[in-house]
Ligand binder design. Structure first.
Ligand code: ATP
Length: 358
């Protein structure tokens, strides 16, 4: 029997609540499957750790999780600590050195959930957004000088490398090929950003030659927001830069019914390092500790985790259990207009896993 080593990093705010639920569900699906188990190590890093130690994770933090098979992450963010410190000190401090360059964000309207787009039902909105996750606008290149003077200057330089763009483009074409519609939209802003974005377009054209069976088109990011709302059924797989896809995937999450549902995989496709799975939402301090955080985003992220580990049967079983539960409004948390608690949703998903047929 395979024993997977799972690193759980709850982080801050509702992260602790949804990761605890995610671990319970993963253990339940492993028990139901019988072919594998999880050995879970929990790492209490984040805002509280920062307040005690002046850093978001220990200096050797990455070494502590480097040999795990996967990471389940909650969220990083603290009301008393600036966002750029919590983000760079934990999430990006893991994603970037572990070269998790492909950020994959599936979006669907799950059964029982209403999209804010009128007349859109499940099958008309079925997307995967691939976000470049290692460079671009979030490369960390830039600086700030003359603070406090009238000459204060700040730069954030978007940095794109040919290998970085080629690998994400190839990943996106391959993903598009694996889906029934074999349809990819490459998003840029190459009319206004005339250097790196033009290189993206060129590389897309080059890589497309290797995938003659994939239909692809190009779209400027502003026009893409309109297309997502006006013609959602015309979209399947999308690839975009770190910043553009960050924004598009929040819109996608909202269109799917709630930020609380949306999942993410931060993949190191070469498997040199562990990959990390997390809900798209952040710490949501407004609802922290109330027991009403929607755990579905973490459960769906756990489906992606199981797929990454090659446990496809268990992944499908968990996805089916999630869909069975969302279909019943009794199990909707307040963000979906219901009254269910995190515990109630978790118990329902575990019951559905237990009851699921092969
Ligand atoms: P951060 O700064 O860490 O990104 P945030 O509070 O600014 O966090 P999010 O956590 O992404 O932003 O969420 C915005 C709002 O959406 C929250 O204030 C909360 O009301 C709601 N929300 C987000 N996630 C969930 C969830 N899992 N369940 C219920 N509501 C949620």
């Amino acid at each position: 029997m395979t024993a997977f080593k799972l690193a759980a990093i709850p982080g801050d705010g509702i992260g602790a609540e949804v990761v605890a639920a995610g671990v319970e569900v993963l253990e339940a699906v492993a028990r139901r499957d019988g072919g594998f188990t999880f050995r879970v190590d929990e790492f209490a890093w984040g805002g509280e750790y920062y307040k005690a130690h002046g850093r978001m994770m220990p200096e050797d933090g990455r070494a502590q999780i480097q040999n795990h098979d996967a990471i389940l992450f909650g969220s990083a963010g603290h009301p008393e600590i600036p966002d750029h410190i919590t983000l760079w000190g934990l999430r990006l401090a893991i994603c970037q050195p572990f070269d998790q360059y492909a950020n994959v964000r599936p979006t669907r309207v799950l059964p029982g959930i209403t999209s804010p787009l009128r007349h859109v039902h499940g099958k008309e909105l079925d997307w995967v957004i691939v976000r470049e996750n290692s460079e671009g606008e979030y490369a960390g290149v830039g600086g700030r000088v003359h603070q406090g003077s009238s000459l204060e200057t700040a730069t954030d330089v978007a940095m794109f490398t040919r290998p970085g763009v080629e690998r994400i483009m190839r990943f996106a074409f391959e993903l598009a090929r694996s889906r029934p519609r074999k349809l990819l939209t490459v998003v840029t802003k190459s009319n206004a950003q005339r250097h790196a974005m033009v290189m993206w377009d060129e590389i897309a054209t080059e890589v497309a030659q290797e995938f003659p069976d994939v239909t692809w088109d190009r779209m400027l990011v502003d026009a893409m927001t309109m297309r997502m709302v006006a013609k959602p059924q015309s979209i399947d797989t999308v690839v975009a830069t770190n910043l553009h896809a960050d924004i598009l995937s929040d819109l996608a999450a909202a269109l799917s019914g709630s930020l609380g549902i949306a999942p993410t995989a931060n993949l190191n496709p070469e498997r040199t390092f562990p990959s990390m799975f997390e809900p798209i939402h952040g710490s949501a301090f407004d609802i922290m500790g109330q027991g009403i955080a929607n755990p579905i985003g973490t459960f769906w992220s756990s489906v992606l985790l199981l797929e990454h580990l090659g446990e496809d049967t268990a992944a499908q079983r968990l996805m089916k259990a999630i869909e069975q539960v969302t279909a019943d409004p009794e199990f909707h948390t307040p963000d979906l207009g219901g009254e269910a608690t995190t515990v109630k949703v978790t118990e329902a998903v575990i019951a559905a896993i237990r009851g699921a047929n092969e």
